[in-house]
Design a protein around this ligand. Sequence first.
Ligand code: SF4
Length: 329
Amino acid sequence: MTAPVLRVEDLSVEFATREGTVRAVRGVGLEVHAGRTLAVLGESGSGKSVTAQTIMGLLDMPPARITSGSIVYDGTDLVTADERTRMRVNGEGVAMVFQDALSALNPVYTVGHQLGELLRVRRKLSSSAARAKAVELMERVRIPAAASRVDDYPHQFSGGMRQRIMIALAVALDPRVLIADEPTTALDVTVQAQIMQLLKELQHENGMGLVLITHDLGVVAEVADDVVVMYAGRIVERGTAEELFERPAHPYTRGLLRSMPRPDREDDELWAIPGAPPSPVHAPGGCAFHPRCDTAIERCRSDRPVLVPVAPGRASACHLRQEVFDASA
Ligand code: SF4
């Protein structure tokens, strides 16, 4: 594999709240490679979206605070980069698609204006060239009759079409990395599939690295090359999607896979991991997953497991990682 386009190392982020300090992201490391899709998988509160927002520099600091780590894009650490560098990288280097297109788009401007403004400011295009490019971008994200819809407002588009416009905004400056944070959650199943298909097509066209933030194992199975699984702010397992689905090495991943509806399974009763994710303010000691883990041992209550390789390209943060890995063979 070639060198990563984006490398996050030992990233920790916390928030000061009235209830106490929320340690939202703890020692996270990941790599994004050109042309590959990395899924960051986890339940709500696992730290996956905060990781994405930190990469994009979108968190308000304070109350958020980066307490350790680096985010290196093209040799530049974005954690310590000045405002100008950060602004250049955002959009051209790394761009993001959000879950809710309606609140991300400005309701008072036409979509053509919003696309054109970005191109006028960042690419220094004339008004007419920016408008032509806006239509081109709308065509690129497969919006039918783009030339006649460029002067429409966001509310005049369906949810799926709005999401396409947000994707057009994100890819307007040809980023090398696109982060998509739950990009299909608000959409119905058919439209979800179309949006994922579009993201893959755009990736195929320009070879960008795609980071997919999701809680949806079905989406991961469909599009991801690599996966990191997050729980309580930490990465608990990593590997290629194929291997991880085939042979999980962490009880949490194993539980997620077991709770995934599968038409090939005879017992169609849906299973769920017992309990709920821990409070981000009062995470349990030892392994944060121990109150929900069906294989926990005494040590899990006191000793925090670290991410350790179990096989080439695979790692798990579990005291019983080898047993879990061997048992799922
Ligand atoms: Fe379960 Fe213990 Fe492994 Fe945590 S370390 S996942 S509690 S077996």
